[in-house]
Ligand binder design. Structure first.
Ligand code: NAD
Length: 318
């Protein structure tokens, strides 16, 4: 029987799918320090980001045939080394795109109506100063007709575009590798109705200078993608959203641009120095915050589990 160790867990549906196909799945976590002596009992290892799969561990598990990462980044796995040993390494890049895209709009909606602030103030004085609060938060903005700039037009970027187009927003996307993408809008409530809209990408400068909202969906890089030079090009009063990687937006530049009013608000799911982001970001009134939960919906976790199960079955059953 093929033995699978899901050391950082797997959704119930994914586990069931594997078990029904005759795989044995262990979800009891083996502590990192015990893995070198125990991993070799398994044919496949499923991890999220917690379990580290380094060269030394790979060397101790010659029976291992597959490493599967639930999610996108593979920083915790020595991928090339594993492959050089004939171990297949797979991940589930598409499973959480919708989840991240919806969080982007959660932040954008929040910031457009100051919910990140009004919620706190309503708690404190909603019963004594209702009318004052009503006045303070009367200058909200609507999204329809506004322009969303998407930097990185891959899976998540395109999921954001799909939502934006559905809401009547204009889309400006930039990506050095993608010239155009056909965005399929389908309407489950109206059986079979589909709309294919072709979006051509534009230069980065156009996105920076012409967008009311800008959201980043690029892989982690060395330096910030939005630094001093890029901030200068932004439209006054833009809202920025970062669900990509901490540091993709320069945090010092962001704080300065919020102070000057160049940037009206920011939605942040990722931070430099996680899990201890800088305090001035956490306490800023015009920043809507979430603790790196882009992929954390029940549906995304189920999708990840199902995709993992399918990839493992494909590998072992051809
Ligand atoms: P993807 O590979 O499908 O798309 C990334 C795109 O960015 C590619 O098309 C690439 O060509 C483009 N790109 C690279 N450098 C660029 C640049 N300088 N300017 C413009 N475009 C550039 O990736 P994805 O699945 O869309 O994921 C995007 C990001 O989202 C990743 O960094 C990932 O780590 C992050 N993510 C975050 C969460 C979360 O919990 N917040 C969850 C999942 C993914």
């Amino acid at each position: 029987m093929i033995k699978v160790l899901a050391n950082d867990g797997i959704s119930e549906d994914g586990k069931l799918l594997l078990e029904e196909a005759g795989f044995e799945v262990q979800t009891t976590k083996i502590p990192q320090e015990e893995l070198p002596t125990k991993l070799n009992d398994f044919d496949a290892l499923i991890v999220r980001s917690a379990t580290k799969v380094r060269k030394e561990l790979i060397d101790m598990a010659p029976n291992l045939k597959l490493i599967a990462r639930g999610g996108v980044g593979m920083d915790n796995i020595d991928v090339e080394y594993a492959r050089s040993k004939g171990i297949k390494v797979v991940n589930t890049p598409a499973a959480s795109s919708q989840s991240v895209a919806e969080l982007v709009f959660a932040h954008i909606f929040s910031l457009s109506r100051f919910l990140q602030l009004s919620h706190l103030e309503m708690r404190e004085k909603g019963d004594t100063a209702f009318k004052d609060l009503k006045k303070s938060y009367a200058k909200g903005a609507e999204l329809r007709g506004k322009t969303v700039g998407i930097i990185g037009f891959g899976r998540i970027g395109q999921a954001v575009a799909r939502m934006a187009l559905g809401m009547g927003m204009r889309v400006l996307a930039t990506d050095p590798m993608v010239k155009e993408a056909v965005i399929e809008l389908n309407f489950p409530g109206f059986d079979g109705v589909k709309l294919n809209l072709k979006v051509d990408t534009v230069p980065m400068e156009t996105v920076l200078s012409s967008s009311d909202f800008i959201t980043l969906h690029v892989p982690g890089g060395d330096g910030p993608l939005l630094g001093a030079k890029e901030f200068e090009m932004l439209k006054n009063g833009v809202v920025l959203v970062n669900t990509a990687r901490g540091g993709t937006i320069d945090e010092d530049e962001l704080v300065n641009a919020l102070a000057s009013g160049k940037v009206k608000g920011a939605g942040l799911d990722v931070f430099v120095g996680e899990p201890t982001p800088r305090k001035d970001l956490l306490s800023h009134p015009n920043i809507s915050l979430s603790p790196h939960i882009g992929a954390s919906t029940t549906q995304a976790q189920t999708n990840i589990g199902m995709e993992l199960a399918e990839k493992i079955m494909d590998h072992f059953e051809g």
